[in-house]
Ligand binder design. Structure first.
Ligand code: HEC
Length: 111
């Protein structure tokens, strides 16, 4: 069978086009879904900047050797869920701890 030039072009182009769209490697990880504005702060100042808040949160994670999802209803890769949610009781426990530290550091020492 003899291929027409048009059919030959099509034949040569098809695998090339297919190669471009085919995934060559695993899908890249989804970016973390950390909000820029915070809607549910009851202990930290609402004027806190994102880098300041993230520093506090990272310190929590390091100190307690836990992931963000220990206190937050988010996926392990942080791409899904809600940081503002109060679903996990551990988040409220952490608030108690923050209030305690706040009182201990700001209250004048009583004789
Ligand atoms: C030990 C518990 C704990 C861990 C671990 C933790 N957080 Fe938090 N996070 C809190 C608490 C408590 C608040 C609410 C503070 C408040 O009420 O002022 C909060 C609030 C936030 C908020 C603000 C949500 C909003 O809209 O009000 C974000 C964003 C956040 N955390 C991100 C993170 C990230 C990212 C990590 C991991 C690096 C993390 N947290 C780990 C306890 C935790």
């Amino acid at each position: 069978m003899k291929l027409s030039p048009a059919a030959l072009t099509l034949f040569l182009c098809l695998p090339l086009g297919a190669q471009q769209t085919a995934p060559t490697q695993a899908a890249p990880p989804k970016p973390p879904n950390i909000p820029d504005h915070f809607t549910n702060l009851t202990v930290l100042p609402t004027t806190i900047t994102k880098p300041e808040l993230i520093a506090v949160m990272k310190q929590f994670a390091i100190t307690f050797k836990v992931r963000c999802s220990y206190c937050h209803a988010v996926s392990d890769d942080l791409s899904e869920g809600s940081f503002a949610s109060d679903e996990k009781p551990t988040k409220e426990e952490a608030r108690k701890l923050m209030r305690l530290i706040h009182q201990a550091t700001l209250a004048p020492a009583k004789p």
